[in-house]
Design a protein around this ligand. Sequence first.
Ligand SMILES: C[S@@+](CC[C@H](N)C(=O)[O-])C[C@H]1O[C@@H](n2cnc3c(N)ncnc32)[C@H](O)[C@@H]1O
Length: 250
Amino acid sequence: MELSNSVNYLCSTYGDAFADVYDDWYQQVTDVEGTVALISNLSEGLDVLELGVGTGRLALPIAAAGVPITGVDSSSEMLKHLTARDTSGLVTTHLADMSRWLPAGQFKVIFCAYNTFFNLVDPDDQEKCLQLVSDHLTPDGLFVLEAFVPSNYSLLPTRGVESRHTTEATVLNITVREKVSGVVRGQSVQLGEAGPILRPWRILIKTPDELDQIAARHGLDLVERWQDWHQRPFTSSSDHHVSVYASASS
Ligand SMILES: C[S@@+](CC[C@H](N)C(=O)[O-])C[C@H]1O[C@@H](n2cnc3c(N)ncnc32)[C@H](O)[C@@H]1O
């Protein structure tokens, strides 16, 4: 399987690097209950696919709510954690690059939460991913994407160093924005008794308008945009969006 999207940084790099700390560091990073409620509601009990399913932070409670769910992730380490947590085998998983392959069949809801779409750091991969999404939705299916709004997000990672402390270590997050590509490269440096542990990450940030344009090029029209999973209205000051797209031909 071809998993690379640049010479030194593979699409598995982020997940493999963060899998051991992901559940500790990010369990509450977004609204799990709100996500479960809205995705379950939109799915009407039919098949759901999560892109970048990770350790199952969202997919496991969605499955527990009785929704049939499949997850794709490019990191075998992330999927190992999901499998260990999924003691009843409720989530079907596939190791794959979401810009190259999605599972056969059609889904009522495909979703990509917590800025995960920005993990596709090649613009062509963002295009390819949304073409695959378009190909794998039922005729009345919905694509749901959650991301921050770059112009309003006060924690926007662009350049600099920030630090935080856990009980065992200090963690530095160092970021730089590549001028030409716009890709933000980050390095998380955990300084603890075991010595430094490096965890690289990269994102290619898009505005809501840019996302709408990519979606439209692949036959997906924006049908709803909220500022959160509780369907609160999206405004010019919203710092996040939950956007819902439907097939333009439906
Ligand atoms: C920020 S985590 C989100 C995980 C999970 N959706 C959640 O909200 O907790 C991003 C996930 O996307 C995965 N990922 C990154 N690039 C990917 C790609 N090209 N194809 C599939 N998964 C990818 C990473 O391995 C990681 O598990």
